[in-house]
Design a protein around this ligand. Sequence first.
Ligand code: NAD
Ligand code: 6OH
Length: 484
Amino acid sequence: MKLIQNYIDGRFVSGEREFADVNPADGTVIAQVTEAGKAQVAEAVNAARVALSGEWRRLGNRERAARLHKVADAIEKRFDCFVQAEVADTGKPVALASRLDIPRAAANFRVFADLVKMAGLESFHTETPDGTNALNYAVRQPLGIVGVITPWNLPLLLLTWKVAPALACGNAVVVKPSEETPATATLLAEAMQDAGIPNGVYNVVHGFGSGSAGEFLTQHPDVDAVTFTGESRTGAAIMQSVAATVKPVSFELGGKNAAIVFADCNFDEAVKGLSDAVFLNTGQVCLCAERIYVERTIFTAFVDALKQRAESLNPGWPNDEKTDLGPLISAQHREKVLSYYRLARQEGATAVTGGGVRQFGDERDNGFYVQPTIYTGLSESARCVKEEIFGPVCHIAPFDSEEEAVAMANDTKYGLAASIWTSNLKRGHRVGQQMKVGITWVNCWFLRDLRTPFGGAGLSGIGREGGMHSLNFYSELNNICIRL
Ligand code: NAD
Ligand code: 6OH
């Protein structure tokens, strides 16, 4: 059986305990994973500390950037290995991993490598009363050791979205990938070795959250900052854990994202775009739309068209190129999603399509597939309209006026993303600017430019990453004031 190990100080190491890595498509165990205990997490932190005073500290931005491009090259060289590891761990369609996850991982390194070379520094010429004046300028210094904790839905994409800017800024990292998807973080260590990233700069500790590697990392007094993507509740637990040592945090958390579809939209584009926004990655993307508000005059036509798309999706083996709907990540997560399917019925929803488990009559019935599902008829206060489900499911409700649609879209404690579908550009700007979220798309969804601010309001997060926002989080600014 394959063993996925921790990676500490440039070495692949085992630990005291192991846990199973399960393929969500058929429930089989595909690997054993080494769980890092408290002492091993401390070893990783110590290796990172030592690395920070070695060769890594002496490299300028240009040379660090060159090595990050080499990491991207090494990912591309092992493209098929990364795709296969991600597909086996997540059950996502091979076409999706090849198009989205692995290319984005390489792009994350390239973008932040280029950005750190190009970025300028703030400076101010300051007039003093005696007329001698002063020059202020800020220099960017590494934070030190960054603890990186990531989820299972886009494992390598989200891990590298944090690791790349952290390394670009000269930090060392200790990453704790999700226990559900450990493979690609360890594989990335091989790419780091190829690229000449010094030992101790990139470390991986595997394990769980509370009482395991995740908590040991956030509580470690020598970790200088924590960057986390995952559930809002976990964000709250991490915040408590880092409070004692006052670590800066960057949190990208959950969402209950709305889409607003106006009658003047390009109907076919809206249906296609929202089919992706609901069902991509089996609905397991934090940006997915779980609430769709449709102008009443096109409500019935829209519901019918989205139903047709849901029913034309091709659930199947992840490695089949024709598959466009994989399983959910785990038995436990499937139980959570199915509990919302049951709750929707109790709350009085109409199931337009789906609402149950997908049966195949083969080994996939031991996996974690559910039916893509569309509900209508719930009140805006229903739990299924308020709580993040994180599956291939949405609720569609009609609206009569722009004001009503904006009010319903904003009536949530989350604030990650929204999408607006209209041919009226003025309306697109006007409604977009009223959304209480970090990211609004007009006539598109999940269209990414990695230089833009990315993050959420309310329960959806703290801070922004992307472009200069990432460089600002992953560095400490030291302002130098010189009397002239
Ligand atoms: P999760 O919060 O359960 O786990 C995320 C990571 O945190 C895992 O590595 C886990 O082991 C670790 N963890 C759990 N408890 C911990 C603790 N007490 N201390 C330290 N680490 C701990 O999230 P998940 O189920 O893996 O991912 C799904 C969630 O992530 C959804 O809510 C989704 O919306 C959110 N998400 C948000 C974004 C975003 O950019 N906003 C992106 C992807 C996923
Ligand atoms: C959440 O599941 C998706 C997050 C996406 C990003 O962080 C990104 O940079 O595209």
